[in-house]
Design a protein around this ligand. Structure first.
Ligand SMILES: [Fe+2]
Length: 441
């Protein structure tokens, strides 16, 4: 990947970056122009929008979440599968049992045991992880409220407590293989451009467009870019946080989108553009979010809901803005603002994009479309304004950075952005790159 900082996909338990030999061309001829686009939006993405009518409330939403995630566990590795109601009805004589429940509450008992209040569709079971089982107790530190977990163990002789000797999250159960693509095509991943903010650096757009059209050096990868995928927060919006108006250069939301549209139209015409909204965009705040109106853009683009599944060149992409990351980060120990790939991994482990109910609004309804019930090849997110590239069980994790510099809000929140660094994934060569727009390209 010439002109692009080379990155080897790293496992979430991270390997060192290796450089890859580059190939040069004598002249710039964008090969992506020669190919037809191959992009299919999942039917499911469309349902994200339709299913919000007939709201039944959060009970139906959480029941649907529980049912969907329970199916993702696969066969239990041992024990008799039971539900909460059978704990009291049957007499199990110390047999090995398995139960799937949603964590209503986790707390520590006076004696130092971990108590898990687990709900299923029939009722509640109190499960106990002994303080003497130190390894399990340490793993249990990562259990958050609303997690759907499967516990292995026995019912105590008083018939009331479920004594846990192992537990698991649904997780990604089999390693994901990346498809083989013959076409020399690649995608460029952007998010959080925040047009309209006075901290946004428009120079990045000019450099990106120049790089795509006439790179300073002959860069093969620039000519392979067939897709630009944008993970939300296209504009800064208005009224998103108190005092925002002082930090805007464009105070009309339509004018903010006009500015964005101007840059969209500057991209080469053979490039397909996919966008989803973020929490700053002109859609309802609760997730799932409807797609941004097509009328905001004069270029013909794919405007999809947040989240969405879309298959590009055979690579199934899960696109999600990342509004839940703040709640996830504060509920699971060991996550921070730097190693974003660890947050993405915890979300995949739980098979839910917004596993912790709390600070970020979700839309109640009869179906939970935030469940990750299909396994993607690429999981692309944004929101935290910091790049991450890693692999988890073969799934490519990409958090695209931002075109916005550090804001006073981010300083307060302890965010450390990586502005102007744009991730690239080359489908043919199955490798990462980072295009750094902080220097001339
Ligand atoms: Fe953002």
């Amino acid at each position: 990947m010439e002109g692009v900082e080379e990155r080897q996909a790293v496992e979430a338990e991270v390997e060192n970056a290796k450089s890859v030999e580059v190939r040069r061309q004598d002249f710039f001829k964008p090969v992506a122009r020669e190919y037809e686009a191959d992009i299919r939006v999942s039917e499911r993405s469309i349902k994200f929008v339709k299913s919000r009518e007939g709201v039944e409330g959060f009970t139906t939403l959480f029941q649907d979440r529980f049912k969907k995630i329970r199916r993702l566990f696969g066969p239990a590795y041992r024990g008799i599968e039971i539900t909460s109601s059978s704990v009291r009805k049957e007499h199990f004589h110390g047999e090995e049992l398995v139960l799937v429940g949603m964590v209503y509450e986790k707390r520590e008992s006076k004696k130092g045991h971990v108590l898990l209040y687990l709900d299923d569709l029939e009722g509640r079971v109190v499960a106990l992880i002994s303080k003497d089982n130190e390894v399990l107790k340490e793993r249990a530190a990562r259990i958050a409220n609303d997690d759907v977990i499967r516990v292995y163990g026995r019912v105590a002789s008083n018939g009331e407590l479920f004594i846990v000797d192992d537990f698991e999250w649904p997780d990604i159960r089999e390693r994901v293989e990346q498809p083989t693509v013959e076409k020399e095509v690649a995608a460029l991943y952007i998010s959080d451009t925040h047009l309209g903010s006075r901290f946004t650096i428009e120079k990045y757009f000019y450099r990106l467009i120049k790089w795509l059209k006439e790179p300073a050096e002959k860069k093969e990868i620039a000519g392979r870019i067939k897709y630009v995928i944008i993970g939300g927060d296209l504009v800064d919006g208005i009224g998103i946080y108190p005092g925002q108006e002082k930090e805007l250069t464009i105070t009309d939301i339509y004018k903010q989108y006009e500015r964005f549209d101007h840059f969209l139209n500057e991209l080469p015409d053979y490039i397909e553009v996919v966008v989803i909204p973020g929490n700053h965009d002109a859609v309802r705040r609760g997730e799932p979010m409807e797609p941004m109106e097509k009328g905001l853009f004069t270029r013909d683009i794919h405007s999809l809901p947040n989240p969405s599944f879309v298959t590009i060149e055979g690579y199934k992409h899960l696109l999600y803005h990342g509004t839940s990351f703040d709640a996830v980060k504060s509920s699971i120990p060991g996550l921070d603002n730097i190693h974003i790939e660890q947050t993405l991994k915890e979300i995949l482990v739980r098979r839910h994009l917004s596993p912790v109910y709390g600070s970020n609004p979700i839309v109640p309804g009869e179906a939970d479309y935030m469940v990750i019930d299909e396994i993607p090849h690429i999981f692309h997110t944004g929101h935290v304004h910091r790049n991450a590239q890693a692999k988890y069980k073969g799934i490519v994790l990409i958090n695209s950075g931002t075109f916005q510099g550090m804001t006073p809000y981010q300083i307060k929140q302890g965010h450390v952005p990586t502005p102007g660094k744009v991730p690239i994934y080359d489908f043919k060569d199955k490798r990462f790159g980072i295009l750094d727009l902080n220097t001339e390209v």
